[in-house]
Design a binder for this molecule. Structure first.
Ligand SMILES: Cc1cc2nc3c(=O)[nH]c(=O)nc-3n(C[C@H](O)[C@H](O)[C@H](O)COP(=O)(O)OP(=O)(O)OC[C@H]3O[C@@H](n4cnc5c(N)ncnc54)[C@H](O)[C@@H]3O)c2cc1C
Length: 478
């Protein structure tokens, strides 16, 4: 693939709106042509890359692109797992790297406003250093940007108690077509004036506007967080335990699982002793003040009953951190088995968890692939993965077919094609499997109203204005 070159005219125009060093030549910066899906072969060649230094510059760039009919691809940290930030069909990549200001921070009122390019981990650190908690904890927090988290409505292990990113958002400032800045909401605990456009932008994957700044609600940090790890012989017992914990009414903070094949991939690095015959693991965390957390931990152990082979309670901060570091390493360790993986993020009602866990293995077997799953059991959000050698094109193709079958299974179980990573480019054409024609029509109407020229991240988020990439049975029936 030959590298794209930046046209001098476009470069000069964009530099006049921003700064000379804010416009990058795609030929010299291939890293802006892909996100974390590169190993699946997804790469693009933008016409230009621009790094605006302020919200006003973002709006000016959008106005220019809108006037000249150029597609705009908003980009945060490039850690997306759905290809949302990949300029598959060219266009101008508008990256948030230079939007790094903390506009306001009032710890005593639990509020903060940060620009879109502030890394997620910086917001978490700032909150922590002030006795507060920014609860969303997606896995790539050091690299992802808060604007990207808002645009994907990212989740993480502690979303079970605290919700996904959108729950922390009280306001959004965004550059909207045809190129103006608009503020929706702000540092307010309550605001029901007008349509909730802030939360329409949450999860919109850069298809409705470019987020420039976000107002967030922080929480008082819990004094104690106590993890527990329960091992089971098999998935059925583990999924019953998930139902028992949720059904008990105990509010645990995180309720994660690893199936047997995943556990095998990371067993060597587990920071503790693993029972030999463990075929399923639950990592549970409870929090609160010291007394409350200890009481909850004891009640969770009681709710698990006699099914676990063993329950391990990491002690102290370092053991707790070691456990979560190990959990963060799961995705990379699974990919390391053969060099790559096609991993999806379907979600199902939690009473169907066992079916999606077992279904993942059965789909892998049908396609001649090693498969495994892990994820956020309490949210029914499963990272079903098909292991591949990325150099083996036939294997990659089979893995994509397996992912397609997985989407069908998730929908058949009453679930969704994406619980976390978004639709992006990779799941284009899939939304019609899940939504009825009227729901799709409403989605298209929103897109047309806010992006009448269809220039904001075209082809992403199910491409609601365009034809589906794969036939949509619901639409054919219409
Ligand atoms: C190792 C690893 C672990 C991960 N763990 C999790 C996890 O636990 N939970 C989870 O939800 N995700 C997870 N992800 C996926 C990814 O980190 C999230 O989707 C994250 O929110 C993406 O943020 P980003 O800044 O990297 O966005 P990008 O990848 O740059 O962009 C993602 C999407 O948002 C749009 N976008 C970005 N910035 C803006 C903006 N300012 N305005 C409008 N649209 C914008 C892009 O166009 C694109 O559609 C993980 C990824 C990796 C690689």
């Amino acid at each position: 693939m030959s590298a794209a070159t930046l046209s001098p005219g476009l470069a000069a125009d964009l530099a006049a709106l921003t700064a000379a060093d804010a416009v990058l030549d795609p030929g010299h910066h291939p890293e802006y042509g892909h996100d974390a899906t590169a190993y699946r072969g997804l790469r693009g060649e933008p016409d230009a890359i621009v790094l605006p230094g302020s919200a006003a510059e973002v709006a000016a760039v959008l106005a220019y692109c809108y006037e000249h009919g150029l597609a705009v691809v908003p980009r945060g940290g490039g850690t997306g797992l759905a290809g949302g930030a990949v300029p598959v069909e060219g266009g101008v990549v508008v990256a948030s790297d230079r939007l790094r200001a903390v506009r306001s921070f009032a710890p005593e009122r639990w509020t903060i406003e940060v620009e879109a390019g502030v890394p997620t981990a910086d917001v978490q650190r700032l909150a922590r250093e002030n006795g507060l908690l920014f609860a969303p904890d997606p896995g790539a927090a050091e690299q992802s940007h808060i604007g990207g988290n808002v645009a994907t409505n990212a989740g993480g292990p502690h979303a079970f108690k605290y919700g996904v990113t959108g729950r922390a958002v009280t306001g959004v400032e965004a550059a909207m077509a045809p190129g103006e800045l608009a503020r929706f909401g702000g540092a307010l605990a309550k605001d029901v004036a007008g349509y909730d456009i802030a939360h329409l932008l949450v999860g919109s994957e850069g298809t409705l506007g470019i987020v420039t700044s976000v107002s967030l609600r922080l929480l008082p940090a819990p004094a104690a967080s106590l993890p527990l790890v329960a091992f089971f012989a098999e998935a059925a017992a583990g999924c019953e335990a998930v139902a028992a914990v949720v059904g008990s009414g105990l509010q645990v903070a995180a309720l994660e699982y690893l199936d047997g094949a995943t556990l095998a991939a990371v067993a060597g690095a587990y920071p503790g002793a693993l029972p030999d015959d463990a075929g399923f693991l639950l990592a549970i965390e409870v929090d609160g003040d010291e007394e409350e957390a200890r009481r909850l931990a004891a009640e969770v152990v009681a709710a698990l009953g006699d099914e676990p082979l063993a329950v391990h309670a990491p002690q102290g901060r370092s053991e707790r951190e070691a456990l979560w570091r190990w959990r963060d390493g799961v995705s990379g360790a699974v990919a390391g088995q053969l060099g790559g993986k096609v991993s999806e993020d379907v979600a199902v009602p939690i009473d169907r968890l066992l079916e999606i866990v077992e279904g993942t293995l059965a789909i892998g077997e049908r396609h001649g692939l090693r498969a495994c799953s892990w994820g956020h059991a309490g949210d029914g959000n499963v990272h079903s993965s098909f292991l591949v050698d990325p150099r083996d094109e036939a294997q990659l193709e089979r893995a994509e077919e397996a992912a397609d079958e997985l989407f069908g299974l998730a929908v058949a179980l009453g679930g969704t094609i994406s619980g976390e990573h978004g639709t992006g480019w990779l799941k284009r054409g899939q939304l019609g499997r899940q939504w009825d024609p009227a729901a799709l029509a409403a989605q298209r109407a929103v897109k047309r109203a806010l992006d009448p020229k269809g220039l904001l991240n075209p082809g992403k988020k199910g491409d609601p204005t365009g034809p589906s990439a794969t036939p949509n049975p619901n639409e054919q029936e219409r």
